[in-house]
Unconditional design. Structure first.
Length: 262
């Protein structure tokens, strides 16, 4: 496994980027790309852009292997309930919330579970003991260095990170690159405490090798916090909000330092 630098600069998303990201999703739907049927259906049913965010969160939970860009809108209007409202007791009378967590910053839920991403790297193969893992043809592994504590029981069990409940996407200068989570590698390599994920390790994503080329060839003058990142979201995990006990949480991992590795 690769060693990472301790932390990247923290970055935040503004309203313009949220709109740009959503626009890119809808353009992808028009082109008939991956997930286009879902996105097009969202667009038709949405009364406005904020409704799309709620549909995206639901898609992350219910659709296997179709990753959608986790767009985060700071406040959703009343009536657009977040996925976990039934568990938290929120009936929709108050505004729902969503959160974006930048690289190097810890996200902690009300039960004590925490996720902190500290770096991004890549590999063409990975070894663990006698096992060697290879990505699919023309694909590469993207390694997200992370500190996890998923040992605390929550509403109906524990937070899990699986291929079914995660969404991940690379976003480079207006182009999106869908990433799949390698649950098999996670289960084999990540340390466990009392049977639960705990400590430092890597979450391994798989993506088309064109993603590396896009990062490598990106013009430094065009790179900023709005168009150069990996997004990761786990439907089971949500930080505590002012209104709900659990709000949808996405992680925003800057690729600025990652570019220097290529």
């Amino acid at each position: 496994m690769c060693e990472y630098k301790s932390c990247m600069d923290s970055l935040t998303l503004d309203g313009d980027f949220k709109n740009k990201l959503l626009g890119a999703m809808l353009e992808e739907a028009d082109r008939g790309g991956k997930g286009s049927d879902i996105l097009a259906n969202m667009h038709r049913k949405s009364a406005g852009r904020v409704a799309v965010r709620a549909a995206l969160s639901a898609a992350c939970v219910g659709v296997l292997s179709i990753a959608v860009i986790p767009v985060v809108i700071a406040m959703l209007p009343a009536g657009n309930a977040a996925p976990n409202d039934e568990m938290t007791g929120n009936t929709g009378s108050d505004s729902a919330q969503a959160a974006v967590i930048p690289i190097g910053e810890s996200a902690i839920d009300k039960y004590g579970n925490s996720i902190t991403f500290t770096g991004v790297d890549y590999a063409l193969s990975l070894s663990c003991g006698e096992n060697t893992y290879l990505p699919g043809e023309e694909n590469v592994f993207i390694l997200l260095s992370v500190q996890l504590d998923l040992t605390h029981e929550w509403y109906s069990g524990y937070v899990d990170i699986t291929g079914e409940n995660t969404c991940a996407c690379g976003y480079v200068l207006g182009e999106d690159y869908i990433m799949s989570f390698r649950e098999d590698i996670f289960e084999e390599t990540f340390s466990k405490s009392h049977g639960r994920p705990y400590g430092e390790g890597e979450l391994v994503l798989e993506v088309d090798g064109q993603f590396l080329n896009a990062v490598r060839n990106a013009d430094p003058e065009e790179i900023n916090g709005e168009n150069f990142a990996v997004f990761f979201e786990c439907a089971d995990f949500g930080v505590e909000g002012d209104i709900q006990s659990k709000i949808q949480t996405s992680f925003y991992l800057s690729l600025a330092e990652f570019k220097n590795k290529l």
